[in-house]
Ligand binder design. Structure first.
Ligand SMILES: [Zn+2]
Length: 170
């Protein structure tokens, strides 16, 4: 049977811990989390549009056309969850003001928990320096492999041509 290990953060118990990830800090499951299970709430001061205009940080989470949650306080442990274009979690909004995060896949102990931050955040903060999620790394790895294969074909063609040229010259 899988062991259940809760970790303590800011006095509360969670099924995950904060740890080192590829992009700095990240959130890692400390016990298996079943698909569909609530993981953590994204908490922070609720700002209306006017208040929101005066704040600028990358933890602003737009709830709807009128309200935004400022998730920058350190006690909002959900702020450590990294973006992935193919995450194992997603967000849903409850009673118009609560942002909750749940598993959309079965998550194993030790797995990093990630969700898709959405297009606006991606374009503003992630795209400029390149996304480092598994999906994007895999895509870049494939692209590099294709370039290598194309270069190899080119070299072969060239070698064949040179060999033919040498035969003719002989
Ligand atoms: Zn990505």
């Amino acid at each position: 049977m899988a062991s259940r290990t809760k970790s303590k953060l800011n006095g509360a118990k969670y099924p995950f811990r904060v740890g080192r990830s590829r992009t700095g800090l990240g959130i890692f499951a400390t016990e298996p989390i079943k698909k569909g299970t609530f993981i953590v709430e994204y908490k922070g001061p609720l700002l209306n549009n006017e208040q929101c205009e005066k704040v600028d940080n990358k933890y602003l989470f737009e709830v709807n056309a009128r309200w935004t949650i400022d998730g920058s306080p350190r006690k909002n442990v959900a702020r450590y969850i990294n973006h992935s274009c193919r995450g194992n979690a997603d967000t849903y909004i409850l009673r118009t003001h609560q942002i909750k995060i749940r598993a959309v896949k079965n998550i194993a102990a030790g797995d990093e928990i990630t969700y898709d931050y959405g297009k606006d955040h991606f374009n503003a903060y992630i795209k400029p320096h390149g996304c480092r999620c598994d999906k994007c790394r895999e895509k870049r790895r494939k692209e590099r492999a294709e370039v290598r294969a194309a270069n190899a074909r080119k070299r072969k063609r060239l070698a064949r041509k040179q060999a033919q040229g040498a035969q003719r010259g002989a």
